[in-house]
Ligand binder design. Sequence first.
Ligand SMILES: [Zn+2]
Length: 302
Amino acid sequence: MLNLVSVSRKVEKNEPFSIKNSGLTIIVMIALLACMLSTGISTYFRKIVYRVFQQGALAMLAYQTKDYEKLASNTFILKYTKEDEELASIVLTLAEEYLQEAEKILGLKHASRQIPLVFYRDEESLKRSFGWTGDKSAVGVYWAGSIRLVSPYGWNSRSPQNSAEAREIFAREGPLAHELTHLLVDKVTGGNYPRWLTEGLAQDVEERITGFTLDEPSADRKAKAYSFKKLDKEFDEQPDQYLAYWQSFHAVRQLLARGGKERMGALLRALGKGQEFHRAFAETYGVEFADFAREVFGLASW
Ligand SMILES: [Zn+2]
């Protein structure tokens, strides 16, 4: 059965936050505009645009969290509030441990340091950091080079009774392994990947590290499978988010069964060189993506 934390975690949102700082607004807007205009231009330029965009977003996050406490490890810089002091070191230790495990599982190496992790006390604070309103809900988000997490004391499902329990719940049910995989995929591909691919890989790694996995949906539900096009550009808009996540997971598992982490790594590296996804897929797996889509979900249109 799916636990409540995971349900809320699965409703991740990838849209950008509302921007209030004018200097950064300009940087981010220029980067976004350039991204929109960049179809067909060189991979080199696209990568520069992508980097500028991430730097803008990271600068914005640093400004938003300038009054937070800070603790660093080899790879991460964790920002947190005083209320979560007792959890800070375990979050950093787990982040180092899970990143290493995720790298081993995927056969990828992430070299950069100083990855920002922000630990918010509650969901409201995380939502405010993106300017989200309404009932959007998440306890972990990877976005533009940083990972944002909600303290287990702020999860809607249940509140830990003491710090030992909080640490245990966070290690077992927290979104860290999932979000770290998004980070790895993003770094290796330079942002050039379909959404379902990163969601599927994140769930695969998460299952291998924490044991958490989604149950297979009923046949009725599976008959309403979304097209891969929808699972890429309109992932968050699909009404059955459970199905969208499960399909992503299932598709990735099929690919791993065919070519293991070696081919998956080759696909991600080809994307990192700026190759168009369908071409990179056909070259890596020796089959057209449309045929794979038909085979895996019986999709008439993909
Ligand atoms: Zn995710």
